[in-house]
Design a protein. Structure first.
Length: 367
């Protein structure tokens, strides 16, 4: 039985297969109307969500299945202190598959290690958002006609933006990709993505602070919101919130053939005047998310039926280190085992299996 915690859980061949299935669903929805008849999806949303939660629900309903769940931690037994592990075991009694959004990094991974049904990470803290990345890949494929040979600009909150982290991991699976990282100094890409993904894979990237400077180079511009909820100091948020605003004047600097994506919601980082530009693909991107989640549900349910055994944790593991990340699920659920995966033995880099933060004692670059 497989779950989806990270986009790296899927091979390039599987990504291409999901994209092909999603395109077929979009073209021939009637073929799939009873594909999940009598199947139930549990949606466990501990954080607010519009697109992700409703697109998961729409996906399951359009496949002929049904949905149960909650949209707030306060309406679940988490408010009474129930652990993620216990919640996953309980929901496995009622549903055939579950989608989880949680404010703590690694919470869906904990669920996947305890559930007896497939678990889909619908966004965990500042860590990953693999199904948004599936929507992004389908959108880029449909808008640009390819996933290879692209210059991808990522703009805004690259530090806390889990959609950014997942998209970089995904695009590094394809060929001839260049990245332009556009952010203020305070919101630069974290080390575990920059060093363990970009630099290890050898993909060229540049870090800039000017959106105008980057625009003429880009085939894809991925705008992100500066996320108020990720800042402990409101003054820092207020100073950074208007760092980048994409307007019609900046769009004049862009290529004629390119696309603008945004995981949404937006605040003011994209002017509404840009919505009428044919290169603005973010609302089509939201629809593509439904198609990709339909394809993913079909795939995971089929694989669970064929092989119900839970996949083992892979890699060289260590149990003698402690995660110091306060956002990690292991900081909240104290009885979770502390497990680290060795990602670079020569350099002595070991990362928490829940949040991917480097073990205490590493350099700032590797955090």
């Amino acid at each position: 039985m497989r779950s989806l915690n990270s986009i790296l859980d899927l091979s390039v061949e599987e990504l291409d297969e999901l994209i092909a299935t999603a395109k077929d669903i979009a073209a021939h929805p009637e073929k799939y109307r009873d594909s999940c008849k009598y199947k139930k999806l549990a949606t466990l949303f501990y954080e607010p969500s519009t697109r992700t939660r409703l697109s998961f629900e729409a996906a399951m309903l359009e496949l002929g299945g049904s949905v149960l769940g909650f949209s707030s931690a306060n309406s679940s037994s988490a408010a009474k202190g129930e652990s993620m592990a216990d919640t996953a075991k309980i929901l496995s009694c009622y549903a055939d598959i579950m989608a989880i959004r949680h404010p703590k990094d690694g919470a869906p991974f904990v669920a996947s290690r305890n559930a007896s049904v497939p678990v889909i990470n619908a966004g965990d803290g500042m860590h990953n958002h693999p199904t948004q990345t599936l929507a992004d890949l389908l959108t880029i494929s449909r808008e640009m006609g390819r996933l290879n040979g692209l210059t991808v600009g990522l703009c805004g909150d690259l530090k806390y933006g889990r959609t950014v982290h997942s998209l970089i991991e995904a695009m590094c699976r394809y060929e001839n990709i260049r990245f332009v990282l556009i952010s203020p100094e305070e919101l630069k890409l974290p080390g575990y993505v920059k060093y363990d993904v970009l630099e290890k894979s050898g993909f060229p990237y540049e870090e800039v602070t000017s959106l105008e400077e980057a625009m003429p180079k880009l085939d894809v511009l991925y705008m992100t919101r500066i996320q108020r909820e990720r800042f402990s100091d409101p003054a820092v948020y207020e100073r950074l919130k208007d760092s980048y605003i994409l307007d019609t004047e900046k769009m004049k600097l862009a290529k004629e053939k390119m696309c603008v994506l945004h995981p949404l919601p937006r605040v003011n980082e994209i002017s509404v005047a840009v919505d009428d530009d044919p290169r603005a693909a973010y609302f089509r991107q939201a629809l593509n998310g439904k198609y990709m989640r339909m394809a993913l549900i079909l795939k995971l349910l089929k694989q669970a039926q064929e092989n119900p055994a839970r996949e083992p944790i892979r890699g060289e593991l260590r149990y003698d280190l402690v995660c110091r990340n306060p956002r990690c699920i292991s900081a909240t659920e104290q009885e979770l085992p502390q497990i680290f995966r060795t990602t670079d033995k020569a350099a002595g880099i070991h990362r928490c299996i829940y949040c991917e933060q480097r073990a205490a004692g590493g350099s700032a670059a590797g955090q």
